[in-house]
Design a protein around this ligand. Sequence first.
Ligand SMILES: C[S@@+](CC[C@H](N)C(=O)[O-])C[C@H]1O[C@@H](n2cnc3c(N)ncnc32)[C@H](O)[C@@H]1O
Length: 278
Amino acid sequence: MCDEAFSSIDIVHQCLIDESRTTAFARAIKKLVKKGDIVIDAGTGSGILALFAARAGAKKVIALENDDFVAEITKKIVADNGYEDIIDIKIGDARNFNFGKIKFDLVIMELLTTGMIDEYQLEANNNLHKQKVIKKSTIFIPSRVETFISLVNAQFDLYGFKMKMVKHLWNNLSENQKYDIISNEKALNLIKFNNRNKQIFKSLVSLKPKKNGKVNAILLRSKTYLSKGISLSDTETFNAPVIIPFEDEFVVEKNKNEKIKIQYEFGKGYQTFSTRKK
Ligand SMILES: C[S@@+](CC[C@H](N)C(=O)[O-])C[C@H]1O[C@@H](n2cnc3c(N)ncnc32)[C@H](O)[C@@H]1O
């Protein structure tokens, strides 16, 4: 039994009422689900994306959720809306769930954070490929996520203390999240879900300072592609830009390129390792 039931249902509800996020998924699902499709919605939460798929004509939707408290609520929501014959709520971890012999026409998965530094979308997606439930023709919503990096000087001082930590720059908490962008921005990685992907990401990126200044962190931003013509950058609950501090700050000169080594395991990005290569 989940002992953090209150907080997990709160996050699920916040996602649900984040209209720019949820309606973008609704449009992509309406566009891509075909009558008779077999669909997986991994990390179903409130079940809203599974409901959109059922309404769009899916024959069967496996809606997988690892939080049993959330799953019980979602079962009732599905029944209240008369979709219990189509949407099958299963409790389990999408990273190792055994789907049996089924093949999915369409995969819906919203377990996303910027750069996939936390949440387990990549591992859960790799599990689908490993279990061989994906066909050549399987469609993925989202289909890919692109992440960008720049150098910043971020404010970590709060209430008179130095509070150096990873921060998500949520729109509604933008006060006290001040930062100055020091360099240009470059693409860091592009993850496509129709493939199995490596769990560890490593790169050496060269960034050009736009001014002289001190750098103490990297800034990551992501853009998520749901379907042709429908993409999402940051919304109230989705893809907030993320600041990850360097161990030590350093001084940069305008136009003098800086090489940054970056390495992290998707889903465990709080241990992101980024250093300046001299
Ligand atoms: C960000 S919410 C999104 C909910 C819903 N997909 C939506 O778009 O509104 C992510 C949901 O996935 C569930 N979840 C997270 N990791 C999971 C995992 N490894 N396996 C199954 N469910 C997971 C969480 O409990 C939560 O309900």
